[in-house]
Design a protein around this ligand. Structure first.
Ligand SMILES: Cc1cc2nc3c(=O)[nH]c(=O)nc-3n(C[C@H](O)[C@H](O)[C@H](O)COP(=O)(O)O)c2cc1C
Length: 212
């Protein structure tokens, strides 16, 4: 297969300044609603990019779980590689790609840990099996075998057996990304795409069009 021969025209829609709400969070929610209505698979998944202490970038997928006071919330292990990277450098980027809508959203901002009470509330809303996995995974650590992981999970499961409500693991919880810029991208024919970028300046959002 020649990858260079794969060529798709993007032509579903266009994006004009006049279509965009002054508030990028309202604009984001409108696009997210459209993605969910269009049954985009894993519409809430986003690439989280972080920078480590040496200045090297790292990216992986996480799930958006909420937007609270204009901040984008996801959950993970605080001691994972990404957790350590965000402790070293709070600058992060989030990227959504919705191929069925020929859309991309790029968010850049600063990350902080969510209040423990909020993490607790979300943790308690998760299925018990997911809660057990959070307890049983030293996320990002090297493990000697899959069998060891299965054993670890069985031990955790046994430890909490009979306990109706699992406590929040001390190393697990939410992060919230406070955006400083949000860009909406709509694919257009001939690679002449629409890009509208919001940037935070003096506590207000400026809106500009960028070249594709
Ligand atoms: C669709 C999808 C959703 C995911 N959601 C999460 C998530 O919400 N939180 C999380 O910690 N990892 C999630 N992961 C796993 C991460 O991509 C990653 O493997 C893990 O967090 C370890 O990353 P790290 O070693 O860089 O810390 C998800 C992966 C995929 C493919």
């Amino acid at each position: 297969m020649n990858l260079a021969d794969i060529r798709k025209q993007y032509q579903m829609a266009e994006l004009n300044l006049s279509d965009c709400n002054d508030d990028p969070i309202i604009q984001f929610k409108a696009w997210m609603d459209e993605a969910i209505s269009a049954e985009v698979r894993e519409a809430t998944s986003m690439i989280l990019a972080t920078i480590d202490a040496e200045g090297l970038p790292h990216g992986r997928v996480v799930l958006l779980k909420d937007i609270v006071e204009g901040q984008f919330v996801f959950y993970t292990n605080y001691e994972s590689d990404k957790g350590q990277q965000m402790s070293a450098n709070p600058a992060v980027a989030l990227t959504f790609f919705w191929p069925q809508l020929e859309r991309q959203i790029r968010i850049e901002g600063s990350v902080s840990r969510q209040d423990k009470a909020e993490s607790e509330r979300y943790f308690q809303s998760r299925p018990r099996d997911s809660q057990l996995s959070a307890w049983a995974s030293p996320q990002s650590n090297v493990v000697s075998s899959k069998a060891d992981l299965i054993k670890l999970r069985a031990e955790v499961s046994a430890k909490f057996e009979g306990l109706e409500k699992l406590p929040l693991p001390p190393n697990w919880g939410g992060y919230q990304v406070n955006p400083s810029s949000i860009e909406f991208w709509q694919g257009r024919p001939s690679r002449y795409h629409d890009r509208i970028k919001y940037q935070l300046k003096d506590n207000g959002w400026t809106i500009t069009r960028l070249a594709p």
